[in-house]
Design a protein around this ligand. Structure first.
Ligand code: SR1
Ligand code: MG
Length: 397
């Protein structure tokens, strides 16, 4: 299938990316620039450009199809505009936790931003055993601030309705609706799992009580526009080092349930908790506890000091809201664990394990833990209980 390109749009090459950046005046016309396409995600081109003094810049460009599948899966270029607008909206809220955006171009579907190549992609760093001690504090703050100020508690409730239209992102939401919620729980061409997992996968497909709970979570994702979400907050969407954290890639942004962003981060920590040895696991579990603790602490402070909603003064309301967020987060984390193991888009935390029996054992744990989190989410009230569930699943697997 050939994709009809929009006027003004042409996929960049390394040569045209260099020309573009010079034309835009980010570098002197005579400077000698090096450019490399470094995009390793599922959807976009990413060009890293450096001058003679190693001053760098990033050009991210959306392709009119999903790169992970090819031209047979056309995909809106509008996602580049969503991404640019999300970052512009987030900068005043969490300035130090997102990249600086230098330039956006809707027709060319590109975002030009700060070079973050001095930082690691957290997923890659975690897999190689690195730790980022401040990561979960930063992400807890990031979640609390971005979600509170775009919710009906912290943002103008009339403005929010306009923002909901501006961040309408139906094609990218459909990807999540299918790949996270629907397909992994049914026989579907998009699923992709190792044949040895078939018995466990068929157990999921036959489990009506599980399907009912996933249906409820999917319905919440479809209908519950609580706040402006990042929409794809896994550890591959975060750059970090010892002191700095930067969240990237918000092209899936839309107004959805708060627990979705939190749950995706939980799940991607849990992949590491599943695959690490007992001695190295504690560093990851620390992040699981700290991200939630920081989230509730920051959200509570904002609730008490920056609320626009009169009912936030009503006793018991904050506790009710936080409890709902937590239960949702756990359910969404369960769906993420399952879909990254048996669905279309996998994670290197699991697929990168060379020893096949250990890899399969970890995948079994991820699927079974996902199931337990979905089914038991409403009776879990602390992050410690997630750890107990993981230990139980590991013992039984
Ligand atoms: C076709 S896109 C597959 C996945 O990649 C993105 O990063 C999202 O997680 C999406 O579900
Ligand atoms: Mg992405």
């Amino acid at each position: 299938m050939t994709i009809a390109l929009k006027e003004g749009y042409e996929p960049l090459t390394e040569a045209t990316a260099v020309q573009l950046i010079k034309d835009l005046g980010y570098f002197d016309a005579h400077s000698s620039l090096r450019c490399k396409e470094i995009g390793d995600g599922n959807l976009n081109l990413v060009f890293h450009i450096l001058d003679e003094n190693d001053k760098g810049i990033i050009i991210k460009q959306a392709l009119p199809y999903a790169k992970v599948v090819g031209e047979s899966w056309p995909l809106t270029l509008h996602r580049a505009t969503i991404e640019g607008n999300y970052l512009k909206n987030a900068i005043p809220l969490v300035q130090e936790l997102v990249p600086q955006v230098h330039h956006t171009d809707e027709a060319k579907a590109l975002t030009i931003m700060e070079d973050l190549s001095h930082l690691d992609i957290v997923r890659t760093g975690f897999i190689s055993g690195k730790d980022y001690p401040i990561l979960s504090r930063h992400i807890g703050e990031y979640l609390a601030k971005t979600l509170f100020f775009t919710s009906d508690f912290g943002g103008n409730q009339q403005v929010k309705k306009g923002l909901q239209q501006a961040f309408s992102n139906p094609e990218l939401c459909k990807i999540t609706e299918d790949l996270v919620f629907t397909d992994p729980f049914h026989v579907s061409e998009t699923n992709d799992f190792e044949p040895e997992l078939i018995a466990t996968v068929e157990t999921l497909w036959d489990d009506d009580s599980l399907k009912l709970e996933v249906a409820k979570l999917k319905y919440k994702f479809l209908t519950c526009g609580e706040a402006l979400l990042h929409g794809d907050l896994h550890t591959g969407s975060i750059f970090a080092n010892e002191t700095t954290t930067k969240v990237i890639d918000p092209e899936f942004a839309f107004f959805g349930p708060v627990g979705f962003d939190i749950g995706q981060f939980f799940a991607n920590l849990l992949f590491q908790a599943i695959t690490r040895s007992d001695e190295k696991k504690d560093l990851i579990l620390f992040h699981l506890h700290q991200v939630w603790d920081t989230f509730i602490q920051t959200f509570t402070e904002l609730w008490q000091t920056a609320s626009v909603e009169p009912f936030t003064k009503t006793e018991g309301y904050l506790e009710h809201v936080l409890e709902g967020f937590f239960h949702d987060s756990i359910g969404f984390a369960g769906c993420e664990l399952i879909r990254r193991t048996i669905g279309l888009a996998h994670v290197a935390d699991l697929d990168g394990i060379e020893d096949s029996s250990r890899r399969l054992a970890c995948k079994e744990v991820a699927i079974k833990l996902g199931r337990e989190l979905i089914l038991q989410r409403s009776s879990i009230s602390r992050t410690n209980e997630i750890v107990h569930l993981l230990e139980n699943v590991k013992r039984g697997a």
